[in-house]
Design a protein around this ligand. Structure first.
Ligand code: ATP
Ligand code: HSE
Length: 322
């Protein structure tokens, strides 16, 4: 159950008067999710019933949230299918509820596609490219807070907990990625706002129609290729082994390339970036597993899954970008 901050319909009825949404009819806690308290909120205005998602942020601060919420608004205004945040009568997208930052966003139709076919991967690839292009003129800057600097400072915190062979792989890979990030090819990669966590459970589908990307709370400015790598490492693999399914990889990459053509530098950086995408989640899962923060992690994700993916990416070259 992922409602850490209980909220009643009565609380919300009062709070919602600052938004142009009419009155609150129903509030239902959402059980999935491990970071925040989420609710489906039904409202009625001028006889129109609408559904929204109310999120109370358990870890992010009032200062951090404008980047994510303004990015979602920016993308939504440019036709990218993402939840649109609703501003209150002061024009603010974040507002305190029970002393914590909270926001209301539009509800996406559909449900997660947890067994994707090439057709779903193609839709994700095309929308991801559209999202990168639409983010080019987003004025706010925030680095990917789970990027290289975080890997560097987090690695020593997990090393004492893991056996020698894993520790060796982790240290070697962080070193490899630091060298890679300093190389000329890396410096030529296109950078902009990226989702950085576009897993199967953060995309909605209605049949084969993609209805939206959500959960932007790991977004930041990083290379577009990192976003592609993170996405391929989840959407295009056999979950048991971590091996890439070439039909799904091809579908995702070709659809992306058709909207925003990959560059030569990206082609050269691709194999290393797939490793970076695997390292990022291996490390965050190790960190959450061995150093759980209170009331945050219900069931920690399995770090071994991304260790397998990393070993796969090192051992077996992936299909090229184009
Ligand atoms: N805008 C939205 N439209 C429709 N459903 C949503 C929306 N936002 C969240 N949800 C639903 O709420 C669930 C939990 O949301 P989310 O994944 O963002 O949780 P979280 O705790 O913030 O993050 P995490 O994925 O890291 O556990 C989603 O699986 C989805 O079913
Ligand atoms: N997608 C992350 C969870 C945080 O959103 C993971 O699978 O480790």
């Amino acid at each position: 159950m992922a409602v850490f901050t209980p909220v009643s319909l009565e609380d919300v009825s009062q709070w919602i008067t600052q938004f142009p949404l009419g009155k609150a009819l129903e509030l239902k806690g959402i059980s999935s999710g491990i970071e925040n308290s989420n609710f489906f909120l039904t409202t009625e205005r001028d006889g129109q019933v609408q559904q929204y998602v109310l999120t109370i942020f358990e870890n992010l601060s009032f200062e951090q949230l404008p980047f994510y919420l303004n990015l979602m608004r920016h993308l939504a205004e440019r036709g990218v299918l993402v939840p649109a945040p609703i501003a209150n009568d002061q024009g603010e997208l974040v507002s305190a509820l029970h002393g914590k930052p909270a926001a209301i966003v539009t509800k996406l139709e559909g449900s997660s596609q947890m067994a994707p076919l090439p057709v779903h991967c193609a839709a994700v690839g095309a929308m991801l490219a559209n999202m990168h292009l639409a983010g080019r003129d987003f004025p706010l800057r925030q680095p990917n807070l789970r990027g290289l600097a975080w890997w560097h400072e987090t690695t020593p915190l997990v090393l004492p907990y893991i056996p020698e062979d894993k520790a060796h792989l982790l240290k070697a890979e962080v070193h490899y990625q630091e060298t890679f990030a300093a190389c000329q090819t890396y410096q030529q990669l296109q950078v902009g706002p990226v989702h950085a966590d576009l897993f199967r459970n953060n995309v909605m589908f209605d049949g084969e129609r993609l209805t939206g990307f959500f959960d932007f709370y790991f977004a930041g400015c990083d290379t577009w290729l990192f976003d592609v790598a993170v996405t391929v490492n989840d959407w295009c693999i056999d979950l048991g082994t971590g091996a890439l399914d070439h039909a799904r990889v091809r579908a995702l990459l070709d659809a992306y390339h058709a909207v925003r053509p990959f560059t030569e530098a990206e082609q050269h950086a691709w194999q290393a970036m797939l490793r970076a995408g695997a390292l990022r989640f291996w490390l965050s899962r190790l960190y959450d597993f061995y150093r759980p923060r209170e009331a945050e992690m219900l069931t920690p994700h399995d770090p071994g899954h991304f260790e397998r993916i990393l070993r796969q990416r090192i051992a077996t070259p992936a299909p090229g970008l184009f």
